[in-house]
Design a protein around this ligand. Structure first.
Ligand SMILES: NC(=O)C1=CN([C@@H]2O[C@H](COP(=O)(O)OP(=O)(O)OC[C@H]3O[C@@H](n4cnc5c(N)ncnc54)[C@H](OP(=O)(O)O)[C@@H]3O)[C@@H](O)[C@H]2O)C=CC1
Ligand SMILES: CC(=O)N[C@@H](CCC(=O)OP(=O)(O)O)C(=O)O
Length: 336
């Protein structure tokens, strides 16, 4: 029998991508989609890939538990997840926060939170599958990593043992990364012919990567006029000299069996990652003395940076193959 999944925040950019993915998944049934703004409207009218009769509903937090679904994905802005979680936890009888979720997992639905609210919470499993799946022990509370944070961690992980001092990461995101709530960072007029720097020290993803990789990063984000896709350029100082060839070989070996990670000799281009589900890492460039390495990663912030990763995590939680329902990147690019 299919597992039932609901999405809170389903009107948003990431929610819409998740609807598309769940619509094509053989083991999940999209059973509820919550949006205040689209209340009563047919999902199929907004997301053509979904062909069922489901309508958006403006669900009160207390309604969520009554639906008895197997899983909920929270695609809400940062700081808005707690009321949903409290309501789901109260109904399933668990006490939040659980002292040791892995040892005594609360009954009730699996919750995948796309926001930053639980990425620093040791009671939640931090789900960046390529790096953390070994630590999954059946937790039913899953924090989905940030989009830049996913690119940074996948770009840096193979070099962790050689890093000498903080890594500098220069990030450029398409403006869908800023969500749908109007701001300078998703204002088409202000972004035209522009590259907008913001949060140049202390961005939440800087802290997220530092925490989960256990190594300091210094992150400088920017937003650009394109809609989707991130370029992340990482500057690493190393204890020992390396060659570009040896580094590339190390990345290829590390990610050899990862279907969603592609290693390329050339630096990847963001224009080629839009609408694709994986991450590309390449452009391995080494300074003359061999002790400075630059690596470039690209991913689609709405897919591997959010919805695709959420589906990997749902698959893991329900025992499906990790990339079940994730289209091959050779498939045509979807539109939004
Ligand atoms: N965009 C991206 O690239 C990425 C986003 N994320 C994270 O995922 C989450 C969702 O992002 P994204 O889809 O871009 O966001 P959007 O702004 O596009 O969508 C937010 C959704 O939440 C609902 N919503 C907004 N405010 C509230 C509120 N106060 N209470 C309840 N519901 C609300 C909206 O629907 P309605 O108003 O109709 O109820 C909408 O469906 C965020 O936490 C974001 O940080 C993570 C990785 C990448
Ligand atoms: C361009 C832009 O504004 N991007 C967002 C990142 C989106 C994301 O990954 O969301 P979380 O904050 O939930 O991690 C930002 O910098 O806040």
């Amino acid at each position: 029998m299919k597992k039932t999944v609901g999405i809170v925040g389903a009107r948003g950019h990431t929610g819409a991508e998740l609807i598309r993915l769940l619509a094509g998944h053989p083991g999940f049934e999209l059973a509820a989609v919550s949006s205040r703004e689209l209340d009563g409207q047919r999902v199929a009218d907004h997301v053509p890939e979904y062909r069922g009769g489901l309508r958006y509903r403006s669900l009160a937090h207390d309604d969520l538990a009554d639906l008895g679904l197997d899983a909920w994905v929270l695609a809400l802005p940062n700081g808005k997840s707690e009321a949903c979680i409290t309501s789901l936890a109260a109904a399933d009888g668990s006490v939040e926060p659980a002292a040791d979720v892995a040892a005594a997992p609360p009954a009730g639905p699996v919750i995948v939170d796309l926001s930053a609210d639980h990425r620093f919470d040791g009671d939640w499993y931090y789900g960046l599958p390529e790096l953390t799946r070994g630590g999954y022990t059946g937790q039913r509370r899953i924090a989905n990593p940030g989009c830049y944070a996913s690119a940074m961690q996948l770009a840096l992980a193979p070099m962790l043992g050689l890093l000498d001092g903080p890594v500098q990461c220069f990030g450029v995101s398409g403006y869908s990364g800023a969500g749908t709530t109007p701001s300078d960072r998703n204002d088409a007029d202000k972004l035209r012919d522009n590259l907008m720097p913001y949060a140049l020290a202390g961005h939440v993803h800087e802290r997220e990567v530092t925490r989960h990789l256990g190594h300091d990063v210094e992150f400088m984000p920017h937003v650009a006029p394109h809609f989707r896709g991130i370029t992340l350029t990482a500057n690493m100082h190393l204890y020992e000299p390396v060659t570009a060839e040896a580094v590339e070989a190390a990345y290829r070996a590390r990610y050899e069996h990862e279907p969603l990670v592609r290693v390329s000799t050339e630096a990847p281009w963001v224009s080629r990652i839009a609408g694709r589900h994986g991450v590309e890492i390449g452009g391995f460039t080494v300074s003359e003395d061999g002790r400075r390495l630059v690596v470039v990663a690209t991913l689609d912030n709405l897919l591997k940076g959010a919805a695709t990763q959420a589906l990997q995590n749902l698959n893991l939680a329900f025992g499906y193959p990790e990339i079940e329902g994730i289209p091959s990147d050779s498939a045509p690019t979807p539109t939004l």
